[in-house]
Design a protein. Structure first.
Length: 259
């Protein structure tokens, strides 16, 4: 959002702040039901109780990741795993769960991770919107071109093609991804990529790959866009917002030199 639209007051997570892994732990709904359904000074967050109690939501209190105990940096001894929801809601080092009528008053719930309207152009103009805009929950559909990366020099095959590879994730619980397309002419035409793996669940990413024809030269761009089971498809750009969150414009590999 910062590089393609305009400056934001956010952190550049880039394309790699995502992982696809195996979690193990009790369902949150089982803990809540057992407790009979009854704020944190550091980091707090809220999600709808209906989602917590839904079997389809598959929310767990994770004790393991990839068949090993959680590491401290991943939330040891216990963290919440909420598929399809923004990672800011996946509280690590969990010490308390509260069932309450109102969402958390924690700073990160009320004053961050919100898609503010474009009229909020700085900290001052944002003030009147923080308590009117809902917190970010579901992640949008997205795709990323991992190979080739920005600014790379790419050699054509004897047939005049290059290999393009990446990953794609669905919107919220509306997965899995059903289609990924790639363009080498700035979106005038698109080629279907091959989805390389059968996703483990509706939440999982897919890895994709395609051979595309390109002409030699510098300053070349490759685009990608994904479609999921719910019919969501990436658009060229997202609407700009001050914090730069939720961006899901086309995947891009920019400034390539094809030789």
């Amino acid at each position: 959002m910062r590089t393609l639209l305009k400056e934001v007051q956010g952190i550049d997570w880039m394309d790699a702040a995502v992982m696809n892994c195996k979690w193990k732990g009790p369902r949150l709904r089982d803990i809540l039901n057992s407790a009979g359904c009854q704020e944190d000074d550091w980091f707090g967050s809220s999600i709808d109780l209906d989602r917590c109690l839904s079997l389809d939501g598959e929310i767990i209190l994770a004790l393991e990741m990839n068949d090993k105990p959680l590491s401290p940096k991943h939330g040891y001894p216990v963290r919440v795993v909420i598929p399809g929801i923004a990672g800011a809601r996946w509280v690590k080092w969990l010490d308390r769960i509260t069932v309450q009528q109102e969402e958390s008053s924690n700073f990160y719930e009320q004053r961050d991770y919100k898609v503010l309207p474009p009229q909020a152009v700085d900290s001052k103009t944002a003030e009147k919107y923080w308590n009117k805009v809902p917190p970010m929950t579901e992640m949008p559909i997205n795709s990323v071109i991992a190979i080739p990366d920005d600014n790379e020099k790419v050699k054509l095959s004897p047939s005049g093609t290059i290999e393009v590879k990446g990953y794609a994730v669905p919107r919220g619980d509306q997965g899995p991804i059903t289609r990924v397309e790639v363009s080498t002419d700035n979106g005038k035409s698109w080629v279907n990529a091959n989805i390389q793996n059968k996703p483990a669940s509706k939440w999982s990413w897919v890895l994709w790959q395609v051979s595309v024809r390109m002409e030699k030269g510098s300053g070349k761009t490759i685009l990608s866009r994904a479609t999921d089971t719910g019919g969501n498809r990436q658009q060229e750009h997202s609407q700009w917002n001050l914090r730069g969150v939720g961006y899901n414009g086309y995947g891009r590999s920019n400034n390539l030199t094809v030789v």
